[in-house]
Design a protein around this ligand. Sequence first.
Ligand SMILES: O=P(O)(O)OC[C@H]1O[C@H](OP(=O)(O)O)[C@H](O)[C@@H]1O
Ligand SMILES: Nc1ccnc(=O)[nH]1
Length: 503
Amino acid sequence: MKVKVRILDMYSGRYSIFINEKEAKKAKLHPDDLVKLEAGKKTVYGSVVISNLIKEGEIGVSKDILQLHNFSDGEIVTVVPGGTPESVRYIKKKMMGEKLRKVEIDAIIKDIVDRKLRDIEISSFVTSLEINGLDMDEIAALTIAMAETGDMLDIDRKPIMDVHSIGGVPGNKTNILVVPIVAAAGLTIPKTSSRAITSAAGTADVVEVFAEVSFSLDEIKRIVEKIGACLVWGGALNLAPADDITIKSERALSIDPTGLMLASIMSKKYAMGSQYVLIDIPTGKGVKVGTVDEARSLARDFIELGKRLGQYVEVAITYGGQPIGHTVGPALEAREALQALMTGKGPGSLIEKATGLAGILLEMGGVAPAGMGKKMAREILESGKAYQKMREIIEEQGGNPDIKPDDILIGAKTYTFTAPTSGYITSIDNKAITGIARAAGAPEDKGAGIELYVKVGEKVKEGDPLFTIYAESEVRLDQAIVFARRAEPIRIEGMVLQRIGNI
Ligand SMILES: O=P(O)(O)OC[C@H]1O[C@H](OP(=O)(O)O)[C@H](O)[C@@H]1O
Ligand SMILES: Nc1ccnc(=O)[nH]1
């Protein structure tokens, strides 16, 4: 079918092709069918939306499609049914629990990147990985396929260090301190981050509060070769492009299948050319990894995968039993991270974790003697050298290097929960904290989130403030309050936990 293109001034978050009802009937096309647009040598895939707002002889393309190819209004293109990609059969193999061959994994990832697979098929693939998992051969094939379907960066400044958390713990702004500490020591660390997957703020969401995070590979190469570091969003680059597409499904389902997580992280590290990689595995109740034994098993997988990719990997198993620092949510976390960099001081959990991870990287990079890395990292932080490096990163990434924590806007709608009884804080529920912050609007609403006034082990009196919810609208604040009342994220107990009698 040859038709004229009409550019529609709209984004739908999907690759939609709008077709007139009569045209669709003639072409035997139905809603959500896959279609292929052919314009010269360029082929683009999209999903059918039937609409009589579009005339016969035309098709409407949303601005999402223009991200794939810059069609011009009035251009003549050919539309043909896209059929069902062979990779759908391979997804069903994994749904049945079968092992996938490399060629099948390559086909799935290529069809994801070429947008030949629709949201429903991608979500089915992600769900099948959650249920049936992947072995190391499949994970290695997936990692390389994800990296090689995108661009690869070649940075001259060697050695190239990298750090990445598997995430899952609220308030994990740690690497926003680690990166400038390591770079201030003269090492090269081109950090890529994803946006939130299961948390209320991914590192890319937090950094975006005070700097740009979307850059081309050439821009990143320029920044990193100039100042030795960056803090950017992996999804903006054509780095492992399948990663950000599958993350959208993970975020919707709030899951992060282990095999896909390994490939998601290491494909970005591989594409960046990172030679020495430190992986942070937060461990504890309410995060992705519950026990140290599980963490050690996952650590072995990361190290094995690194060997297959030619990368040296070390793993830090870190405490993840409660939020890191006192803030959860992009703007609140940005404030806390900036304050810690400016003063060298901050919540013990944040400073301890950041200097611990940075210290390991300084030792891996050969600039600190064995066992002295953490001390060196703390000196770099407390001396202000890390803050100076962060100013360089912010400036090179288009932000205001003079930004102060109070310049960062946070939600104006607030509500504070207080202690219903006196006692000791015996637990803070990570998942509940994340749920409250997301109900308040994070990470999409940058100013939404939570500020904690207590941590596990501290003593409170009845009426003491426990946490404040921040939101950018009354509606979101009310939703978060209802969620918090139901979830009761903070447990307060006395020394007498229970009284048992007459049983
Ligand atoms: O906590 P959730 O959202 O599941 O995981 C996603 C977060 O974990 C990683 O953190 P970092 O970039 O290494 O600091 C990702 O980049 C992302 O920010
Ligand atoms: N699945 C993932 C978890 C954390 N970071 C990533 O980039 N991907």
